[in-house]
Structure formats: structure tokens, C-alpha cells
Design a protein. Structure first.
Lengths: 590, 182
């Protein structure tokens, strides 16, 4: 059903000797089908005009990292045969309430164009986009072959929108609404899947607060024999989970419901049996409200586990230490800092193959009044333990309240292969707590040791020195997140001048001003975006940037009327679509 | 500028030790020693320290960078389960039942819930589940810290869960000796 490429008559027919390839375009297209990565496809499209055309006709998936960098009409014009689309919208700091809610990134205008251009669209994967119920209904009704909908960190819709999708998408294989801010009007949407609907392969409603009808869920799971991903919300009890597992032993990814005491549970052995029947599980998450009494039921399911997400389960170190030996193949582990350093020691001793560790704070805003004094959580010592036991570690996200330069240097000496290093010392501008020095040397060690580093998030007390290190050594860095750091414009300048592969730079509350902003004039067109909030940039600096670089969209978010000089929040991104046409009043495009 | 920045960092560090009753992730009202947003322009409001309401902690929007959905789920969770995450597990035996159970006393809000849970738990093995089983014919007892067997329900709930070591559901004539007349 793909649109057929007509032999364009004027200008395309070339004499044999002018062509780079001597085989027909159709053959080239067939070959290009195997080129999947969008970076490779971009490269292919730049070879010559023939290849550009062959590539655009054979491309079925488009990835757009910033929905405002291009318009849907342009996408439709260039790529006639798209089946799958991935779109990202709001700047990442939207997740931390730094971007006002009505900012934009609404999917609807895209859907309208695509309903005409791609009636055979099958997949839509959105991140940080606004999606309304109307849009969901429009989607469900406009694309008869629609298969996969993934909404990560999206908002604007309610469970009514889900009901539309369930009702009208006959061929749905995937419905994933993880982490989306959804207006929860009740769980009846799940019952909207027709009785003869059996194609579901992946279902994730873990974040929904309301209860779905369990009978409907059980019947759905029973009749969808290809189901491999099931992530339920916390209203699903242990006994209910047991029944679901009996129906779907083929599951590969499981998000449990509540893992706490359930009087209706027939017996613990039956629960264990249900788990041990699931021989294909490689990912487990959920474990809302976990009672350690029932954790052992999981153990039989963990032997092939590669990803364990315990970031909603406030486990103690002993519970984690008992669980981990059952997971010898673990590669990715997410935990809460309730496991403390002792728990991380257990990680270091049990998880030799670990590649990714994320430690989230159970109490980030210090609301627990600790009776025994001192904060719980993890420290530098837990970090070191993990690095000693897990030499393959390459991705870390670590929230802590204290850190030292020496500890970080030790960690990266043990694990020089970091590609993603995100350290968040939660107390702002906190120095090395032993020496009282800035944390510059810590991040210096990171960028010197980890030559493959692609993503870095810094924290703690930092001077320009840290950024000099980054600019000097982090030659593969693509994403940098900065908060409350640096001493002068020089810091940002070092990064912009020194990191050739930088694509995303997000900065908040740092003393970088116009000189820093403008030093990146040449860089921004090769980057996806720049975000600066609560820095020292002024409107005139932004206007100058906008004037010098017409192919950049320079947007200032103005929330209060007060100040006409400071540019509180600046978002700069390259775009071939020109300025936004849907900007709300508080977004000024310069 | 350097001095202002140092001052800002000092304020930030100090501000974090102030207690608050405000919701997390919300910027404090203007008059408190707000960090971050205004540091690059205005002099820090030192004179406001005294005027700062004791309620307003100088929290900064979006810091630490924990996503909203994670916070929402955690907050919801706190309402359901006790904070420190450790239950109080006690063994429960029932006369005539072939095996014991264990319950987490922290999972219940009071005696009524506990009774309901125990009934559910032991219904399937109450002497073959015979009909006409009269619940007043059994008594729930517990062994306290001193080793004495007490009738469940006499003391305030909080006192009960802190002193209960294990429970026993007694039947028939044995129970009558302990049961209250009502």
C-alpha cells in the first residue's frame, strides 16, 4: 500500500554516466530498507540527489527531536511512506516545572496533516507533548491500521481519550502511557476494548490512579496471546496479579501492582508458582507499596532478569541484599535511596554485570523529620562500592546529599566507560563535604577518565574550572545539564568552544550572560537546543542572537510583567520551519 | 559579582535547613529569602530574614530535579504505608488449624480491620468451614511483652501494636474463660 514513486520525467532521467550508482533506483530503495538508524539515513540522504530521493521514498520511520524544528507539512512533503513517527516536544526542564503549562507542543496539528499524508500510519511515539482527548479520538478514527501509541511524559488527556483508543483501534498492539500526567476520570476505559480484540502486545498503565475493572483486564490478558509487556497500576493486588500471570506466562516485561499484604491471596506458594511459570521475564517494575513478606515470591522469576526497577519501592538494604543474588544477569537497576550505602554494597557484590544504576531520592525535599538525626539516603561510599563491584557500569544517575572529589575520582577510575554520568548533590552549591573545596575536580576526573562520555549532569559547588575541564576533555559530550554552577561567562564559553559534539545544553540559575550566549553563535545551528533560565542573559543579548542567526528560533518566556531587561527564560533552537505559529502570549519569538 | 554569588550560595545552603510546612517544589513567597531566580539582579533580601514567615522554606522550583509523576506517586504512597517501611509482623495461630499465619499489624488501622482480616484468613480452615460457625465462640488473644496472654481489644490500638508479640485465636471453652461477658 506504499505510495508508489512515479518516474519523474523532467530532470530526473539522467544519462548513465552521470549517475553515481549504475543500478536502478528501486534497487537502491530496497537496499536502503535495511538502513534503520536515522543518523545513517541522514548521511545517506546527503550523498547525492538520487540517494536523497531513494532514501526519502524508502524511509518508514521519522524521528524528530524537537517538534518545532520542522513543520508537519515539510515532513509529509519529503517522506511519502511514513509508518512510524517519534516526536519530542517541550524542553526537558518542563519536567521540573520551569516551563509554563500552556507552552505548546500540541500534537493535533501534526495529526491533521498526517491523516491526509499518512493514512496508513501505524506508530506514534511522543515525549513531552500535549495530547488532548479530542486528538486521541481523532487519531483513533483517522488511522485504521494504527498499532502502537506511546505517550511518555505527555499531558492534556484523560482516561476518556484512552477509551477512544481502546474502542476504535482495531489493530492496536501497544498502548503505553508511562509517566504521563493524565486526568484520571476512572478506569472504565479498559473495558472499551472489544471482546474480539486480541492483538495487544504491550500495555502500560502503571501511572494511572484509578482502578480498572479487573474482570475486563483479566479477560483482555487471557485473549491477547501475544502480550509480552504488561504494567499495571497499584490498584492491582497480589492475588489479581497472580491470576494475570497464570494467564500470561509468556510475559517479558512485568510491572506489578501493589506488592503488599493481600488477604485474598490464596497462598504464597501459589504466588511463587505463578512467578516461576514466567520464564521469559527480563524486566520487572512496579512494586508499589511493597511488603517484604512477599518479595521472595519474585525470586524464581528473576533468573533471567536484566532490568529491575525498584524506584517506587522503598526497600531497606537487607531486603535488597536478599533479592539481588536471585538476579545474576542484572544489567540495569533503579532503586530508591532507602536502600542506603549498605544496599549499594550488596549491589556491588551481587551484580557483576551491572551496566546502569539509578538511585532516586525517597525524600528529596527533606520532609521527613528524622528522629535519630542525620539524613538517610546514599553517600559517596555507596557510590564507590558499586563502582568496585561493577566494572561494566556506564550509566549512572545518583541523587545524594554529600559527595567528595576523591570519591568521584575513585568511581571513574574503577569505571572508565561511563557514557552517561548524572550526579545530583541535592543540596545546592554544596562543596566537597570533607575538604570544603568546590566539586570541580570531581567532574574534571569524570571528563578526563571517561572519554566516551555523551551525557553529563553536574551539581554541587562549581567554579569555571569545572567547565574548563569539560571544554578541554569532553570531546564526545552531547548533552550537558547545569544548575547553580559556574563563576562567569567563561564557564559557558569553554563548553561551547570545546565540545564539538554538543547537541543539547540546558542551564539554570548560573551566572552566564550575554557574552557567554553570543560566544555560541556559530554552534547553535549544529545543536538541537539551548535552554537558559535565571541566568544573566538580557533581552538585548537575545535580540542580537536572533538578528545574527535567522535560522534559529530565539524564544524568551516572560511570565511576569516586571522586567523588560532580563531574559528570565531563553530557549534557542534551530528550525527550518521558521518561528512558531502557535506561541502563547508569554512566549516571545525574537 | 563574586561576592553576590558567594552570598547567594551561602543563603542557599542556609535556607535548606529551615523547616517548612509548604508543599514541595513550590517557590516560596517573595518575601522569604528566595534563592536562584533573582540572584543575578537584585541584592539578596537579607533584611527579610526576620520577616520570613516560619512556614515558608526557601525551596526552589524544580530542585532537586525529580519529576512530578515520581513525586505524586511517592506522596500517594506515603498515605497508604507507614513511613519507615518496616512492618510489625506477628505470628497468628488458630486452634485446630494446621499452620500459622503472619500479619503485619501496621497494615491495619484498628481492631475492626484486624478482626476482619483474621476472619478472612482463617475462614478456609475453620474446622472444615462448617456452617453456623458462631464468631462469638472464639476469642483473639495476644501475648504481650511480659509474656502474658491478653484479650485483644482492651487497650488502645497504638499500645496494642507496640506490645503484641504474637496472637492466638482460641476456641470454645478455653475462650470463655477470657472472653468478656458482653
Amino acid at each position: 500500500m506504499a505510495a508508489k514513486r512515479k518516474k519523474e520525467l523532467e530532470g530526473e532521467e539522467k544519462p548513465q554516466e552521470n549517475r553515481i550508482s549504475t543500478f536502478p533506483d528501486e534497487v537502491l530503495e530496497r537496499v536502503l530498507v535495511f538502513v534503520k538508524s536515522h543518523k545513517d539515513r541522514s548521511a545517506v540522504s546527503l550523498v547525492c540527489k538520487d540517494w536523497y530521493n531513494a532514501e526519502r521514498w524508502s524511509r518508514t520511520h521519522v524521528f524528530i527531536g524537537n517538534c518545532y524544528s520542522v513543520s508537519p507539512e515539510m515532513v509529509a512533503r519529503r517522506f511519502p511512506n511514513i509508518r512510524s513517527l517519534t516526536l519530542k516536544g517541550k524542553p526537558r526542564f518542563y519536567d521540573f516545572n520551569l516551563v509554563p503549562p500552556e507552552w505548546g507542543a500540541d500534537i493535533h496539528s501534526w495529526l491533521v496533516i498526517f491523516a491526509l499524508a499518512y493514512p496508513f500510519l501505524e506508530e506514534l511515539r511522543l515525549k513531552r507533548m500535549t495530547v488532548t482527548d479530542d486528538s486521541l479520538e481523532y487519531l483513533a478514527r483517522s488511522f485504521p491500521g494504527f498499532k502502537a501509541l506511546s505517550l511518555v511524559s505527555c499531558d492534556g488527556f484523560s482516561t476518556n481519550g484512552l477509551a477512544s483508543v481502546a474502542s476504535y483501534c482495531r489493530n492496536l498492539t501497544e498502548l503505553d502511557i508511562q509517566e504521563s500526567g493524565i486526568d484520571d476520570l476512572g478506569g472504565s476505559w479498559l473495558s472499551c476494548f472489544p471482546d474480539n480484540f486480541t492483538s495487544l502486545e504491550a500495555l502500560n498503565f502503571a501511572n494511572l490512579h484509578s482502578e480498572v475493572n479487573f474482570d475486563s483486564l483479566e479477560r483482555l490478558v487471557a485473549r491477547c496471546k501475544s502480550l509480552r509487556v504488561l504494567k499495571v497500576n497499584k490498584h492491582v493486588t497480589l492475588e489479581q496479579l497472580r491470576r494475570l500471570l497464570i494467564r500470561a506466562p509468556q510475559l517479558m516485561e512485568l510491572g506489578t501492582g501493589s506488592f503488599s499484604q493481600d488477604h485474598k491471596l490464596r497462598s504464597d506458594t501459589e504466588l511463587e508458582n505463578a512467578f516461576s511459570n514466567c520464564k521469559n521475564l527480563h524486566t520487572i517494575s512496579g512494586l508499589w507499596v511493597v511488603s517484604s513478606l512477599y518479595l521472595p515470591a519474585l525470586y524464581p522469576a528473576c533468573s533471567n532478569l536484566t532490568f529491575l526497577n525498584l524506584s517506587y519501592a522503598p526497600l531497606q538494604s537487607t531486603e535488597l541484599a536478599k533479592l539481588l543474588p536471585s538476579c545474576p544477569l542484572l544489567r540495569r537497576l533503579w532503586v530508591l535511596d532507602t536502600v542506603e550505602d549498605k544496599g549499594l554494597e550488596a549491589v556491588g557484590s551481587s551484580c557483576r554485570l551491572l551496566e546502569e544504576l539509578r538511585v532516586f531520592p525517597a525524600d528529596p525535599f527533606d520532609q521527613e523529620i528524622m528522629l535519630e538525626g542525620g539524613h538517610s539516603g546514599v553517600t559517596e561510599s555507596g557510590f564507590i562500592s558499586v563502582s568496585e563491584g561493577c566494572p561494566n557500569l556506564h550509566y549512572v544517575l545518583y541523587f545524594c546529599r554529600q559527595m567528595t572529589n576523591v570519591a568521584v575520582a575513585t568511581v571513574v577510575r574503577n569505571c572508565p566507560n561511563f557514557t552517561h554520568f548524572r550526579l545530583c548533590i541535592m543540596n545546592m552549591c554544596q562543596p566537597d563535604y570533607l575538604t570544603n573545596e568546590p566539586m570541580d575536580e570531581a567532574f574534571g576526573a569524570v571528563v578526563k577518565s571517561c572519554t566516551k562520555l555523551r551525557r553529563l549532569a553536574v551539581s554541587g559547588l562549581l567554579t569555571d574550572c569545572a567547565f574548563e575541564y569539560i571544554g578541554t576533555y569532553a570531546k564526545n559530550l552531547e548533552t550537558l545539564s547545569v544548575a547553580f554552577a559556574g563563576s562567569s561567562d567563561r564557564g559557558m564559553q569553554c563548553v561551547l568552544q570545546g565540545c564539538p559534539k554538543l547537541r543539547k545544553l540546558e542551564i539554570r540559575d548560573s551566572p552566564f550572560g550575554n557574552a557567554a550566549l553570543l560566544s555560541g553563535l556559530e554552534r547553535y545551528e549544529s545543536m538541537r537546543s539551548l535552554w537558559m533560565s535565571a541566568c544573566k542573559v538580557t533581552m538585548s543579548g537575545c535580540r542580537l542572537l536572533a538578528r545574527e542567526m535567522p535560522r534559529l528560533n530565539v524564544e524568551v518566556i516572560k511570565e511576569d510583567e516586571g522586567d523588560d531587561i532580563q531574559a528570565e527564560k531563553v530557549y534557542v533552537y534551530r528550525s527550518v520551519a521558521g518561528p512558531r505559529r502557535d506561541a502563547p502570549p508569554f512566549v516571545l519569538t525574537l | 559579582m563574586e561576592a553576590i554569588l558567594d552570598n547567594f550560595k551561602f543563603k542557599a545552603a542556609r535556607a535548606l535547613t529551615e523547616l517548612t510546612l509548604g508543599p514541595p517544589g513550590v517557590i516560596a513567597p517573595e518575601k522569604s529569602s528566595v534563592v536562584g531566580q533573582k540572584c543575578n539582579k537584585r541584592a539578596l533580601p537579607e533584611k527579610n530574614d526576620g520577616a520570613t514567615s516560619p512556614v515558608a522554606k526557601a525551596q526552589v522550583v524544580g530542585w532537586p530535579p525529580v519529576r512530578a509523576y515520581r513525586m505524586n506517586s511517592f506522596r500517594a504512597r506515603k498515605g497508604e504505608v507507614d513511613d519507615d517501611g518496616c512492618g510489625i509482623y506477628v505470628k497468628v495461630s488458630m486452634d485446630g488449624a494446621p499452620y500459622l499465619r503472619k500479619v503485619d499489624l501496621k497494615a491495619y488501622n484498628g481492631y475492626k480491620e484486624l478482626r476482619g482480616a483474621l476472619e478472612d484468613m482463617f475462614k478456609c480452615c475453620s474446622l472444615g468451614g462448617e456452617e453456623g460457625y458462631d464468631e462469638s465462640e472464639y476469642a483473639i488473644t495476644y501475648e504481650d511483652k511480659d509474656g502474658d496472654w491478653m484479650l485483644v481489644g482492651d487497650v488502645p490500638w497504638g499500645m496494642f501494636i507496640s506490645s503484641c508479640k504474637r496472637m492466638r485465636i482460641m476456641k470454645g471453652s478455653e475462650a470463655r474463660g477470657l472472653s468478656s461477658s458482653a
